[in-house]
Each structure stands twice: as structure tokens, then as C-alpha cells.
Design a protein around this ligand. Structure first.
Ligand code: PBG
Length: 326
């Protein structure tokens, strides 16, 4: 009955208004989290070569940038710290005067309503660059857990709204939840990097955060890229331990994982559009090989269409700016 020539799918593609009327997925600035790199020191604003448009700021340089983010109506930032000194146990990660702790206080003062999320991990703070305590050339899961809980607690004490563990140790969500609850922080949420893959797309980030492992790689704790059933187990486990928001990372080569997690769990779902995904777009755009103003909205929409509610992306500011110009 409703077959060609009676049925014509092009009818609803005829004008901008008709296309907008039947649009199934939309990305809003309110869906985005902007990741930021904070470096210890004063008066620092450094370019990151492999991530054009992204800078490392010292805490004192944050207010202007944070006001701009608030003006663009980006609801949340995710903070990564780069300490002046690293050691075997990453002790600057949980120091009350650590770089992230300082940054949280500065942001709280300049734009109190901005959601402050912190990355909870050791890799940027350890001399060996691994995400945990190393013994016998292995990352020791259970010895790492109390340190992760200490980091999370110190971020929350400084004023963080959400803590986001990215280390991929087993049991970290539970440990962090218990540590926060014990100190009266029952109201603070955990965004867990639940299905985080051992991906080469983190390359530019490791330059930005100076967190490249000094020996070996992260395949002993981050997930093996071919696996998807295992991702569902990781997510299930983190939810059981008390995660409030779950994340799949990276996003673009893992859209099927995002979809499957969305179908299996009724939890807020975030996806991380990582540094390598950003760098590829920027490199092609700089050569004039891609139109980034079209490609970026297409990419972000694809991540939403796959099932993500929230997108962590280095494109957040420019995306918001483009919407304001239109
Ligand atoms: C730290 C961490 C990494 C990223 C977020 N948190 C790097 C890694 O695991 O090596 C990557 C983010 C990006 O590439 O944008 N564990």
C-alpha cells in the first residue's frame, strides 16, 4: 500500500523547517563537558601542540577562561592536573594544595554554579606514569585503591561536585563511595570511566598531561578493544559498586559499545570524545581537507544517536560558539 510512488521519503527532507521537525537527535550545549588541563605554577597558559585550541592553564589563569565557559552555557568542566613534581606514589594527587585542589577553589569562587568534575587517577602524578602503585613491574590493584579514595576525597573537600575515576582498577568505585560517605559526602556523585579501552586515541592527551607510561603500557588494566560483552560486565560492576553516571571511552571507534550499554542499562551514560579524535579533526581541518564546522556537529550527533546522554569533548567551546553565531 504505502510503497513508491505513493510513499516518498524525500517529502520530509524538502526544507530546513521540515528537516528540523522530524529530527530524531539533537546535541545541545547542555549535554557537554569540557575537559581542561591545569598545570602547577603561576601565569602559565601553554599551547598543546597536538591539540590545537587547547591550553594548559595554571590555577591563577583560570578565572577568565571559566567565565568564558559559563558565558557559553557549558554546564560542566572536567579537570586534569599536571603537578610540578612526580613520585612513585603520586602523592601530589591528594595533597590539599595540589594543582587540581587549587583549581577547584578558584573555579568555585569565579563561577559557583559551574559543575566541577575531577579526574581521579594517578598516572599524571607518578614518576613511572602508570595509573596505580607499581610493584614487581605490575600495577598493584589493591594497594592502589586507598590512594584513589584519598584523591577523590581531597577533590571533594576542595569543592568538586562529581569525581570521575579513570584508572580502571577493580573495586575503585566502591572504595571511593565508602570513603566519601564516611566523611559525610553522601551527596557527591561518581562518574565512573566504566568501559575504558586501552586505546591509541589517547596519544595527544598523554602529551598534554605528561602521563605517558615510562615502561610497558596500560593493557593490563584498561580494556581490550575487541571486547564488548566485557564492557557490559564492567558497567554492571561499577553500577553495583555505586556509580551514578557511567562512561564509555573512547567514543567514535566504540559507538557500538555506547549503543549496547544504553540498551542494557537505565543509567545516565557519558561518552568521551577523546584527544586523538579531536586531533584528527583539527589536523584535517588545518589542511582544508575537512570542514570542521560541519564535521564536529556530525560527530557529536553520532555519539548522541548511539545512545550517550552526555559528551565529554574538547570541541565544547567552539561548538557552543558556532551555535551563538548562527
Ligand atoms: C588518565 C586518563 C587518560 C585519559 C583520560 N584520563 C589517559 C590514559 O588513560 O592514558 C584520556 C583522555 C583523552 O585522550 O582525551 N588515566
Amino acid at each position: 500500500m504505502a510503497d513508491f510512488p505513493q510513499m516518498r521519503l524525500r517529502r520530509l527532507r524538502r526544507t530546513d523547517a521540515l528537516r528540523a521537525l522530524v529530527r530524531e537527535n539533537r546535541v545541545e550545549v547542555g549535554d557537554l563537558i569540557y575537559p581542561m588541563f591545569i598545570v602547577e605554577g603561576k601565569g602559565i597558559e601553554e599551547k598543546i601542540t597536538s591539540m590545537p585550541g587547547i591550553f594548559r592553564y595554571s590555577p591563577d589563569r583560570l578565572p577568565l577562561e571559566i567565565e568564558e565557559i559559563a558565558r557559553l552555557k557549558i554546564p560542566a568542566v572536567l579537570l586534569f592536573g599536571i603537578p610540578e613534581n612526580k613520585d612513585e606514589t603520586g602523592s601530589r594527587a591528594y595533597h590539599p594544595e595540589g594543582v587540581v585542589q587549587q583549581a577547584i577553589r578558584v573555579i568555585r569562587k569565579s563561577v559557583p554554579e559551574l559543575i566541577v568534575i575531577t579526574d581521579v587517577c594517578l598516572c599524571g602524578y607518578t614518576s613511572h606514569g602508570h595509573c596505580g602503585i607499581v610493584s614487581n613491574s605490575q600495577v598493584d590493584n589493591d594497594r592502589t585503591l586507598p590512594l584513589l579514595a584519598k584523591i577523590a576525597l581531597s577533590h571533594v573537600e576542595a569543592g568538586a561536585d562529581i569525581v570521575a575515576p579513570s584508572d580502571m582498577m577493580d573495586g575503585r568505585v566502591k572504595m571511593i563511595r565508602e570513603a566519601l560517605d564516611e566523611k559525610g559526602f553522601q551527596h557527591i556523585a561518581i562518574l565512573s570511566y566504566a568501559a575504558k579501552y586501552a586505546s591509541a586515541f589517547y596519544g595527544p592527551f598523554r602529551e598534554a598531561a605528561e602521563s605517558t607510561p615510562q615502561f610497558g603500557d596500560r593493557r593490563g588494566y584498561q580494556m581490550d578493544p575487541p571486547n564488548v560483552r566485557e564492557a557490559l560486565r564492567e558497567v554492571k560492576q561499577d553500577i553495583a559498586e555505586g556509580a551514578d553516571i557511567i562512561m564509555v571511552k573512547p567514543a567514535l571507534a566504540y559507538l557500538d559499545v555506547i549503543r549496547q550499554v544504553r540498551t542494557a542499562f537505565n543509567y545516565p551514560l557519558a561518552a568521551y570524545n577523546v584527544s586523538g579524535e579531536y586531533a584528527m579533526v583539527k589536523a584535517a581541518a588545518q589542511r582544508g581537507w575537512l570542514d570542521e564546522r560541519q564535521v564536529v556537529p556530525e560527530i557529536l550527533t553520532a555519539i548522541k544517536r548511539a545512545g550517550a546522554d552526555i559528551i565529554l569533548t574538547y570541541h565544547a567551546k567552539e561548538f557552543a560558539q558556532w551555535l551563538q553565531i548562527e
